[in-house]
Design a protein around this ligand. Structure first.
Ligand SMILES: Cc1ncc(COP(=O)(O)O)c(C=O)c1O
Length: 461
């Protein structure tokens, strides 16, 4: 292994890295990025990488967008901070809320701003509880999420998240959170079960779960249109159409986590439109500002707002909000981002690129290491297996996906290893030749992983 750079050594001694094996990291050190342009980022030695994950599913407009930089600078000069507490306000927050209401895929009464996807989903949980107290049904509090869902890492959001690493030894989940089955057909369908049949069974299981819990205690269902950090799992055919009537039957409030899928990712402005999910409330973040600055929002319906009004009358205030809720600089950048999406017809532009992205992705399904190639819109994954026929996974300790991500990095491509999957979620501005380039690099990384895994005798032959 080459010696660690001075920056790497300083990093190891000072930073705690999220989602990193902190012990292994002390040997490997970080990849230190210095700058970016378009879909490329450059490390501190000048090496270029295609940012195949748009950072963390978020830099939708790519890197080096001067309009966003200018929007931030202009707002900083004018009013660098303003808050929304105690009846204060400012233009950018008002305008951004109006804009979000205009483009909302479902009737939206009001917008509550926060700074991250986790805060948005934490807020969703609190607002459901608050609403049901206002509506005089204090027992109706349980929220149903799903195994392998990712909704963030604050205490309520991490509880909604259905991944062991976010809960083990953090003493989570909290009370009143339940997890329904993961809708991954390749992994969890029974032999011969079609996607439609699988969806119907999951809906039946959801109903059994609600009945077992007592419907009067179940308040809400939360879902991502496509599961992201759980390994990019698109819903099986008919999934939301099957789940929605069960939720309606027991009067569940529907929350759509659009933190990854909002603003064009699936070839529709909101992901819920692409998968046939009609929620009551929506969480957005990431592409809202193309990740140039943190901002997130909860888009909520009139029924919830009326309940909040009632509580506010009773208690004397609405006791929830962050110092940086609706920060004017973040709101100004988000407004400019939405303006660019409209001007550049981002939804149509993405829709035009999806066929090529998905066809290159699907073609990887024939690779000897790939058990399943799956995706929707401009997001996808390949699941690596030790044996294609039996779908047997590699032993997690062998670190095969991490190795593949490292080979991709050597090839100048940043991907993410998430359990058995290698995931892709490039900036929405990626061009068709760049899509080809990205998949060529990933194919080389898979070949190198195959050679390595063969040498290590990790494959079932
Ligand atoms: C679907 C989804 N929800 C919520 C979050 C949490 O967002 P944040 O990391 O901004 O708290 C993420 C982050 O990746 C996400 O993918």
């Amino acid at each position: 292994m080459p010696p660690l750079s001075n920056l790497a050594v300083r990093d190891i001694e000072t930073l705690v890295h999220p989602y990193t094996n902190l012990a292994a990291f002390r040997e490997t050190g970080p990849l230190v990025l210095e700058r970016g342009r378009g879909v490329f980022v450059y490390d501190n030695e000048g090496k270029a990488y295609i940012e195949g994950m748009a950072g963390l599913w978020c830099t939708a407009l790519g890197y080096g967008n001067e309009e966003l930089v200018e929007a931030a600078a202009a707002q900083m000069r004018k009013l660098p901070f303003g808050h929304l507490f105690t009846a204060k306000s400012h233009d950018p927050a008002i305008e951004l809320a109006e804009r979000l209401k205009e483009i909302a895929p479902v009737p939206t009464s009001k917008v509550f701003f926060c700074n991250s996807g986790s805060e948005a989903n934490d807020t969703q949980v609190k607002l459901v509880w608050y609403m049901n107290n206002a509506l005089g049904r204090p027992r109706k509090k349980k929220i149903i999420s799903r195994i392998k869902a990712y909704h963030g890492i604050t205490i309520a959001s991490a509880s909604l998240t259905g991944l062991p690493a976010n809960q083990t030894d953090f003493d989570l989940p909290i009370a009143n959170i339940r997890h329904a089955a993961c809708p991954h057909h390749y992994r969890f369908a029974r032999d011969g079960e079609s996607e439609q049949e699988f969806s119907a069974r999951l809906a039946e299981e959801l109903e059994q779960l609600i009945l077992a819990e007592d419907p009067d205690t179940v308040a809400a269902f939360i879902a991502e249109p496509v599961m992201g950090a759980g390994g990019v799992i698109p819903p099986p055919a008919g999934y939301f159409a099957a789940m929605a009537p069960v939720c309606a039957k027991y009067d569940l409030f529907l929350i759509c986590d659009e933190v990854i899928t909002g603003f064009g990712r699936l070839g529709t402005m909101f992901g819920c439109n692409a998968v046939g999910f009609a929620p009551h409330a929506i969480s957005v973040a990431k592409a809202l500002s193309s990740a140039y600055i943190p901002i997130a929002a909860v888009m909520l319906p009139e029924v919830m707002y009326q309940a909040m009004l009632a509580e506010s009358r009773k208690i004397g205030t609405f006791g929830h909000g962050f110092t940086y809720s609706g920060h004017p600089v973040a709101a100004a950048v988000a407004l400019k981002t939405l303006e660019i999406y409209t001007r550049e017809r981002i939804v149509d532009a993405v829709a035009a690129k999806i066929p090529q992205f998905q066809s290159r992705l699907n073609a990887l399904g024939t690779h000897p290491l790939v058990g399943e190639a799956r995706g929707l819109g401009l997001v996808g994954a390949v699941e690596l297996v030790a044996d294609k026929r039996s779908k047997r996974s590699f032993d997690a300790k062998a670190g095969v996906t991490a190795r593949c991500a490292q080979f991709a990095q050597d090839e100048g491509l940043i991907v993410r290893a998430l359990a058995d999957a290698i995931t892709l979620c490039p900036p929405l501005v990626i061009t068709l030749p760049q899509i080809n380039d990205m998949f060529d690099r990933l194919a080389r990384a898979l070949d190198r992983t195959l050679d390595w895994a063969t040498r290590e005798k990790l494959l079932v032959l």
